[in-house]
Design a binder for this molecule. Sequence first.
Ligand SMILES: [Zn+2]
Length: 287
Amino acid sequence: MKKIILVLILIIAASGCSKAADSGKPQIYTSFYAIYDFASEIAGDKAEVYNMVPSGTEPHEWEPTVRDMAKLNDADVLFYNGLGMESWIDSVQSALDASGLEFVKLSEGIQAGDDPHIWLDPQNVKKMCRSITDTLCRIDSENSEYYEENYSNYSSKLDALDQNYKDLISGIPGSKRKIVVSHQAYGCMCSAYGLEQVAVEGMSAESEPSPAKVEEIINYINENNIKYIFYEELVSPKIAQTIAGETGCELLPLDPFEGVSDSEGEGDYISVMNTNLENIKTALGDE
Ligand SMILES: [Zn+2]
C-alpha cells in the first residue's frame, strides 16, 4: 500500500488535481458490488456509477491498484460500507486527502455489532439508500427531485422484499430456523428474521476451519436434522462439499451479494434476495 500511495502522489502532482468528467455528470465510485447496485438504483441515468471490485473477486480480500487510485482522484464521491469491509479505506482516505473526493460511509448510524454484512437486512439497505440519496441531492441539487423519486420507488420494493421474508420465515417453526452457511455473512439477516447461522468459515471468507470446527459443524447438522448446506459462488465450496459428503446433506447456493462471479453476470439485490429466500424455503420447509 505504501508504494501505491507514493506512485499516487506522483500522479496527482502530474495531473494538477483537476476533475475532468466528460459527461458533466457526478462521478460516483462504490467500494464493492452491493454498494454499486444501491447507488445505481438511486442515481439512475443522472450520475455515472462505477464498481471498484472486478467480477469474480471476493471483496474482503481486494485492494485498490494504482490505476484505481488515479480514478478515485478524479471522482466526486466514494460510497463505502465501513465496519471493516474495506480494509484499505483509511490509507486511501489519507492518500487522497487533498483530492476533493468525498468519502461517504453507508453503515453510519446502523446498529450491526461487528458484522459488516448490514445489507442482508433490507431495512438497513433503506438507510444506506437514504444516505446515497442525501449525498446525490446535495452534490447535484438540480436533479434532487429525480433522486428522491428513485429512492421512494426503491424503498417500496425493499419493504415488499422485507415482507416476503417475514411472511415466509414466520411460517417455519423456531426449532427449524437454522442455516449452515459457507462464510459468516448472515448475522444481520438472521437477527432481522429470527434465523440462526452456523458458518464453515469466518466473517471475512478467507479462514479455513480447523478439524475441530468441522467436527462441531457435522455434529450440529446431525443433531438438528439439517438437510442442506449453503455455499457461495465466490468462496471455494471444498469444505462445504466435504461436510455434505460426511452428513448426506445437499448443497444449495445462498448469495451474500458481495460481488458477482463471471458466470452469474450482474444480478440486482431484489432478485438475488428473492432467489435466496426460495432456497431458504427449500432448505427449511417441509421435507
Ligand atoms: Zn463477507
